[in-house]
Structure formats: C-alpha cells, structure tokens
Design a protein around this ligand. Structure first.
Ligand code: RFL
Length: 392
C-alpha cells in the first residue's frame, strides 16, 4: 500500500500536519500506536500561543478552542518580597494565550481529520523505517491484529515524540544532537479543583518552585519542584496541598481551592535539539525534532509551527513545485526552535535558584533576585518577556 506522506504519531504534530495536508489535497496516512481513547485522554499542554491559534483558525481547526478555551493575559510572580503581576496582553505584541487542554485539541483534530475523509489508523505501531535515501520510503507497521505490514510513502513525517522510532531511524553522525539536563524536576499535578486565582502564578521559594496554571473550570494544573528520581506516589494528598500552600504563600495571598489529585507525574527539565531535523525522506516534527522543558509551555506550540511549515513544503513539492520550500524545512524551523529554547532556559533560571549556602549558590540566587526585580520594574524587560512568553 502506498501514500504520498506517511505520518507516524497522532499527537498535536501529526494531527495538525495531517489536517493541513488533507486541506491542501495531499494524500496522507497517519499511524498511531495507541488507541483513540488513549490519545484523547492524555493530559499535557494547555497554553496555546497566538500563532498556534491563528494557524488552527485559518484551517478550520479551532471551533472547539474558540468555544471552550479561555483567554489568559496575566501572570503573577510571588517572591519573598511580595507579588507582582504582568498583564502581558497589554505588553509586547499585545498577544494572549488561549488555554485549552491538549487532549481536547487532539480530540478535535482527530474528529476533523476523520470528517475530512482522512486515513487514521489507531493501535498501529510503526516498527521500522527503510529506504530514506532511496526513491521511496517504506515503514513496517504492526496492525491491530498483530500482523506486520509494509506501507510505502514518498515522504515520512516523524511525529512520534522523543522516544519514537523516527529519531532512531536517522543514522548516527547524520545529525548533531544538542542536549541539556537542567537539573530540575517538577511534580506535575492535575487537581480536580477550579483555579485559585485569575492569573497563572509562579512562586519562587527557597524550598523550591511552585506553579499554578488554570486548565478548565473543573481542573487546575499545579507544579511543585521536587528531587530528581522522586516517586510521585510518595507525595500524599495532604503533603501536596500543605506544600502548595506553603510555597505559594497562601497565608499572605489567600488560600488555594483544594481538590482530589487526578494525575501526578515527575517531569525532568530536559531539552534537546536535533540539527538538521530532516534526513533524506524523513522529516522530524514536534517532540521528535526537539524536546523542550515545559517551563515556558512551548512544546505543543512548536509542534504546530513546524507542522505548518512542513505542510507547506510538502504540498508545494507534491503539487509539482521545485522542492526548495521543502528543502528549507529544517533551516526555517531551527532558529525558531532555538529562540523558544533560549526563553525556556531563561524561565528555568528565573524560577529556580540553587539551594545551599556555598558562595556560588548565594551568588546565583542573588542573580535570580535581580532578574525578577528587573522584570518587575522595567517596562522594556516586560515587553521583551511578553513577546517571548506568548510568541513562537
Ligand atoms: P506527542 O504528543 O508525544 O505525540 C506523539 C505520538 O506518537 C505516538 N507514537 C507512535 N505511533 C506509532 N508508532 C510508533 N512507533 C510511535 N511512537 C510514538 C505516541 O503514542 C503519541 O500519540 O508529540 P507531539 O505531537 O510532537 O506533541 C508534543 C506535545 O505533546 C508536547 O510538546 C507538549 O505536551 C509539551 N507541553 C506543553 N506544550 C505547550 O505548548 N504548552 C503547554 O502548556 C505544555 N505543558 C507539556 C506541558 C508537557 C508536559 N509533560 C507531560 C512533559 C505540561 C507537561 C506536564
């Protein structure tokens, strides 16, 4: 069986790419190793950048997020010396976030792809990719009945995340792999509770960072910095809420609305970037192209940006164009990926200071305080922050 573009993975990257290709009249097939129910329930991102919303709206993929998403334009920072808010919707380019849970977006994208007649195969894992250097590529997949099957394609889009097979299909030495472990881990929590404040709040605390992020009227995301290797189950309900109240300084700023913990997992702040994000007939998109720590909520937004650029290149090439657009995919995406990485890295240093009383730790914490004060006091710094915080 043969298709023009075989897309591996039905996360935000694969589904946006698939929908954009269908809209451009390009034949494509999406294979996803998980079930439909699984991908439609996987809670991760929530903050969509203005550019992401624009791309989705232009392609008729944003009905759900316009109907149910919430607009956010304020974030707050809590430190020892009090709280300050940044109304970033009135700073920088004046853009806001749309908060819409990733699983809801995925559900909308699946429905739209199927409604447009797309070929989307759940419970179908890609096992091996061959022929990336030749005239056509082939992907061996395991079908839902357990048998193996060969799918041929002119191009393969690797949208299968950081641990997918696409990355490993690139021969060693063909790409440069940049990586960094930021040495910080977060306990990422979803609580069955409405948000406790209008703004997103980042609490910088000597006992570790804590974050509050609205998701939906019933669910709020919280983060607690924790030790690497922490067993998420070792944090009891009471300990989680006591620590959140403590680090968010609820005694000074008001109590949090508590609720059951629906999901908990430890996320290590790690980043990596591949360069180039193409090898022969294979194009890497989203987390497969590079992982970005969730400190600045950029991952899903980068996935949408890359999908849009790749869809344009593929549609041009497969529509008889000279292929120059497609050849530029990696070069067009990488500067934006690095900008997002830079901001994300800066956010990590804004939100976390080293512990301990040795000279270097004390020095770095003083820099962190200066960084926060500059953000609190300098309008230009705030404009720069806003552009990067919402932009991609
Ligand atoms: P995904 O979403 O991981 O989807 C990859 C898909 O590929 C499938 N797959 C395979 N399918 C077939 N064959 C194989 N061999 C396969 N191997 C894998 C997988 O089952 C899966 O369905 O990657 P994609 O599409 O690149 O999307 C990336 C985003 O999911 C990710 O960057 C974001 O969730 C990151 N992120 C955030 N991004 C934002 O833009 N805003 C946020 O607010 C935000 N918050 C977050 C986040 C990530 C978090 N975690 C869990 C790391 C918050 C958290 C806690």
């Amino acid at each position: 069986q043969s298709t023009a573009v075989l897309i591996i993975g039905a996360g935000p990257a694969g589904l946006v790419l698939g929908n954009l290709l269908l809209a451009a009249g390009v034949d494509c097939t999406v294979v996803e190793r998980q079930s439909r129910a699984h991908v439609e329930q996987r809670a991760r991102a929530g903050f969509l950048a203005a550019h992401t919303v624009r791309v989705l709206t232009e392609h008729g993929l944003a009905d759900g997020l316009h109907m149910y998403g919430q607009q956010h334009d304020i974030c707050a920072f809590r430190t020892d010396s009090g709280e300050f808010q940044l109304a970033y919707g009135a700073l920088g380019r004046g853009e806001v976030h749309t908060v819409y849970p990733q699983q809801d977006l995925v559900r909308d994208l699946v429905a739209e792809f199927l409604a447009r007649g797309g070929d989307l195969r759940f419970d179908t894992a890609a096992l091996r990719i061959d022929g990336l250097d030749g005239d056509s590529a082939s992907v061996t997949v395991r079908t839902p009945d357990g048998s193996e099957r060969l799918l041929h394609a002119r191009y393969v889009a690797g949208c299968d995340g950081q641990h997918g097979i696409s990355r490993s299909a690139v021969p060693a030495g063909a790409v440069r792999h940049y990586r960094r472990d930021h040495g910080v881990s977060w306990l990422a929590l979803l609580a069955a509770a409405p948000q406790s404040m209008a703004a997103v709040a980042y609490a910088v605390h000597q006992d570790g960072f804590a974050g509050h992020m609205a998701r939906s009227p019933e669910v709020t995301r919280y983060y607690l910095q924790c030790d690497a290797g922490t067993d998420p189950g070792s944090w009891t309900h009471d300990r989680i809420w006591a620590e959140l109240h403590h680090r968010m300084r609820a005694d000074r700023h008001g109590p949090l609305r508590e609720g059951g913990i629906l999901e908990r997992r430890v996320v290590d702040m790690r980043s990596d970037v591949l360069d180039p994000i193409q090898y022969g007939r294979l194009f890497l998109v989203g987390d497969a192209a590079g992982l970005i720590s969730p400190s600045a909520a950029k991952g899903a937004n980068l996935a949408v940006m890359e999908s849009e650029i790749l869809a344009r290149g593929l549609a041009d090439r497969l529509g008889g164009g000279d292929g120059q657009l497609l050849a530029r995919y990696s070069a067009d995406c990488l500067p934006r990926i690095w900008r997002a990485q830079e901001f994300s890295h800066w956010m990590i240093n804004l939100l976390h200071g080293p512990s301990g009383d040795d000279d270097e730790a004390v020095f770095l914490r003083a820099l962190q305080r200066a960084r926060l004060e500059s953000l609190r006091d300098s309008r230009r710094h705030q404009d720069h922050f806003a552009e990067n915080y919402v932009g991609i």
